[in-house]
Design a protein around this ligand. Structure first.
Ligand SMILES: [Mn+2]
Length: 324
């Protein structure tokens, strides 16, 4: 056995795992090579450390780093019960973080969109780690431009995030507002999302205007069970191009306290991971995990939940028949 340390910085190819003590070495996501060379890459993981669009507690700018660090404890074997390791089927790199100027907030959406476009236009899909949930809006814009059709959304969340921009005051809606509760309103108005073939799972915050999204709210999930959620979701999205966004506050605060707008009555990590695994076979084109806020975490359980959920999403992506 090669006892040289730092083995994940010395890999001959982009596939597979090299064992290294969890506590040592580089903390790229799932021990992937840190690289911005996307030649032959199927999936690039990137961090988007934004937390200025929140309505409550900030701190998600530290989310990417926390989730990457938590992922190192997973990077020694395939996800439990899965008959393959995603990194044996897909070439995945850690692309590093999106750069944006925190002193010029109005420039942030375009910076994120350009960052994502630069990745997906080179032929790699992208898994983004937020960051607050606003980041999904410029990410979706980049995908819509590439795919040239409204995208279906599978959204795990306590909140619909379809609140009208500017709602609650007398001013007309300002679609340029940067807000982590309005971006799917904006995306739907833009024609980027197709709500009729989209589904929101785990919702437990009142918002009477659904904008036509299918909603399997948290009580529905608890009352009907994991298999029913999987069946309904597969029926709704069919074989359309689908983007999956996982707001960590979909999980109950007992499983994910480290987030900005926690709501009780949510899903367990078991429920969320099982539902995602059951969605294998969908036409998944992109993914994000958002709203992990380490300063409010306890024992790193939120970051760990995020890393587990991320690997389940990546396994769904890797299950596509185009990979080896
Ligand atoms: Mn949320």
């Amino acid at each position: 056995m090669n006892k040289k340390n730092g083995k994940n910085m010395d890999r001959p190819e982009l596939y597979g795992l090299k064992l290294e003590p969890t506590y040592s070495g580089s903390t790229t996501f799932y021990r992937r090579e840190a690289s911005q060379d996307l030649n032959g890459v199927d999936l690039a993981v990137t961090g988007i450390p934004l937390d200025t669009a929140v309505t409550n507690r900030p701190g998600t700018r530290f989310g990417p780093r926390a989730v990457r660090s938590a992922s190192t404890i997973l990077a020694w074997e395939r996800p439990y019960g899965l008959d393959f390791n995603p990194v044996d089927r897909i070439a995945m790199v850690d692309y590093g973080d999106c750069y944006f100027d925190f002193g010029a907030p109005e420039s942030v959406p375009n910076s994120i969109e350009a960052h994502i476009s630069s990745i997906i236009n080179q032929g790699s899909a992208v898994f983004s780690i937020g960051g607050d949930h606003f980041v999904s809006y410029p990410i979706l814009k980049a995908h819509a431009k590439k795919y040239k059709e409204p995208i279906s959304l599978i959204q795990f969340d306590a909140h619909t995030d379809t609140w009208e921009a500017g709602e609650g005051d007398d001013e007309p809606a300002d679609e340029n507002r940067i807000d982590h509760g309005t971006m799917f309103y904006q995306a739907t108005k833009d024609g980027i999302l197709d709500p009729k073939s989209s589904v929101q799972i785990g919702i437990r915050t009142e918002n009477p205007d659904t904008m036509g999204f299918n909603i399997l709210d948290a009580p529905w999930v608890h009352n009907n069970g994991i298999e029913a959620v999987i069946k309904k979701t597969l029926e709704i999205v069919g074989d359309k191009p689908v983007y999956m966004t996982f707001d960590i506050d979909c999980l109950d605060p007992s499983y994910a306290p480290g987030t900005g707008t926690p709501v009780c009555g949510g899903l367990s990590t078991h429920q969320a991971m099982s539902i995602i695994r059951g969605l294998s076979g969908i036409n998944l084109i992109g993914m994000d995990l958002v709203e992990v806020s380490p300063a409010y975490d306890v024992g790193e359980i939120t970051a760990l939940a995020g890393a587990h959920v991320a690997m389940e999403m990546i396994a769904v992506f890797a299950s596509k028949s185009e990979f080896k």
